[in-house]
Design a protein around this ligand. Structure first.
Ligand code: HEM
Length: 475
């Protein structure tokens, strides 16, 4: 009798455990490489924080339509299913959804840092917050940052000249973080050295987050509560506290200044932080903790991505000297030797084409991921609620229906004529649908100003550009 009860109890526990950890049942063939118990998890073994790009690379390889045999892949992470969508036609269906906007488990590890910020909030709360933040990213606000962005582009040029052997990507990282703090937090720094502590503190947090991401072989079962007790978890918490302490000084300063009636305006517009502090004062529904969360989100979203975009653009310009020459001529003809406004940079047609082609071929964010709250039907296949779905921007940008010879760097793809009638979901570096990038205009403006400044000052080929370069001014 006792043995019988024991067997039943064990069976019930096993069933409940299976129910708890197994995702919804999905009838989509598994992507090759899966093992019977742990699925594809073993493939992620051995990736460390030092080679974080391998993590991205692995997802890219595992969702390659040629490898999967279809544009819809099915990964198993222990018991949970993760669907990959790698064609424009399949991704479009999810992008168009107004309800399936929740982020997937892959964003969980950001919660300790970004709290309940716009980047990770679920549906309803996200919607309210997004509406609150949108005015701070209006195009008119961006235009007013052109002075800061132009000054910062000169800081980049000087930094490269002073230390030409340092990888350019590091210089760009310094400058993009500097710019995001100056523009979003209303702070003015005298030099890149002054913003360096923020960059160091942010890089430290990112380092621990990445270590966690790649060691996270428990995948979808992982949550911060067990991670907190690990030594890495403690270091991560310390790094977040340090960065928050630095940001909190900026928040308190702005609050004090605003309380004493001192507003810092950029041609009549407020910075992101002033906007948040004012919302707190007027509506009273934003806590300091939430302001910190949003500030961190802007810091994260606003510098690594732009750095990747500018760096890749410069890389392709080095590899394609004829494109570089044409771009140089456009800048020389339209902007050189006189003051110009941000709007004029956005009117440089070829520069725009070049930056876009670089974003197509190397999207800084290679995939975005959602947890379905409602059933999704793609190509006649049903994906139930609760499933994590990755939209592979990298593969959308290589979809043969829209992009012949996808590995070829060819800015002509983005000429007005060639762009006409193209499916809007074929080029989505800033994602698409309701949860697209709020900082798209900011990023486009900044990337174009930085690329133009570097090309104008260092036109040349490969490293010779950095060593010598043109003496003409672009400021
Ligand atoms: C080239 C540069 C950039 C690229 C390629 C990029 C790309 C993206 C992508 C793909 C998403 C969607 C993420 C997801 O669904 O998981 C996103 C979201 C977001 N981005 Fe950007 N981004 C860039 C620059 C910026 C900048 C400069 C800012 C801020 C000033 C920013 C702020 C945000 C925010 C706040 C979100 C979350 C939006 C939401 O969920 O409602 N991004 N970005």
């Amino acid at each position: 009798m006792l043995i019988g009860l024991g067997v039943v109890a064990v069976a019930v526990i096993l069933f409940l455990t299976w129910k708890l950890f197994s995702g919804p049942q999905i009838r989509i063939p598994l992507t090759p490489g899966s093992k019977s118990f742990y699925g594809h998890v073993h493939l992620f073994n051995g990736i460390t924080a030092a080679d974080k790009y391998k993590y991205d690379e692995l997802f890219i390889n595992l969702s390659d339509p040629k490898f999967v045999g279809s544009a819809i892949g099915h990964l198993k992470m222990w018991f949970a299913s993760e669907i990959t969508l790698s064609s424009v036609k399949t991704a479009e269906i999810l992008f168009k959804s107004r309800t399936n906007v929740d982020k997937s488990y892959q964003y969980n590890e950001f919660t300790r840092w970004l709290k309940d910020s716009v980047l990770i909030l679920p549906h309803k709360a996200w919607h309210t917050r997004r509406k609150q933040l949108t005015p701070a990213f209006h195009f008119a606000v961006m235009e007013n940052f052109d002075t800061i962005m132009k000054e910062d582009s000169q800081l980049l040029v000087q930094a490269i000249k002073q230390d030409p052997t340092r990888p350019v990507v590091q210089h760009i990282l310094d400058v993009t973080l500097h710019t995001i703090i100056e523009t979003s937090f209303g702070t003015s720094f005298k030099s890149l050295n002054e913003s360096k502590p923020y960059l160091d503190a942010t890089s430290k947090v990112l380092h621990y987050l990445w270590s966690r991401n790649v060691m996270d072989f428990l995948s979808s079962c992982s949550q911060w509560y067990y991670y907190n007790v690990t030594s890495n978890g403690k270091l991560e918490a310390q790094a977040i506290n340090d960065l928050n302490a630095m940001l909190m000084i900026l928040v308190r300063d702005r609050k004090k200044e605003l309380a004493s009636g001192e507003t810092r305006l950029y041609n009549g517009r407020k910075s992101f932080l002033d906007h948040m502090v004012e919302l707190q004062a007027l509506e009273g529904n934003l806590t300091d903790e939430q302001i910190l969360g949003e500030s961190n989100a802007i810091l994260l979203a606003g510098h690594e991505t732009t750095t990747a975009s500018v760096s890749w653009t410069l890389y392709y310009l080095c590899k394609n000297p004829e494109v570089q020459q044409r771009l140089y001529e456009e800048i020389d003809e339209k902007l050189a030797g006189r003051p110009f406004s941000a709007l004029e940079v956005t009117s440089l047609v070829y520069l725009n084409m070049v930056v876009k082609e670089s974003l197509r071929i190397q999207p800084p964010i290679t995939f975005v991921a959602r947890k379905l709250t409602e059933t999704l039907t793609v190509d006649g296949l049903t994906i139930p609620p609760g499933t994590d779905v990755d939209i592979m921007l990298y593969w959308l940008h290589r979809d043969p229906e829209f992009w012949p010879e996808p590995e070829k760097f060819d800015p002509e793809r983005f000429s007005t004529e060639n762009s006409r009638g193209r499916n809007p979901y074929a080029f989505v570096p800033f994602s698409a649908g309701p949860r697209n990038c709020i900082g798209q205009r900011f990023a486009s403006l900044e990337s174009r100003i930085l690329v133009a400044a570097v090309i104008y000052n260092f036109k040349g080929h490969h490293n010779s550009a950095v060593r010598g370069g043109s003496e003409k001014r672009f400021d």
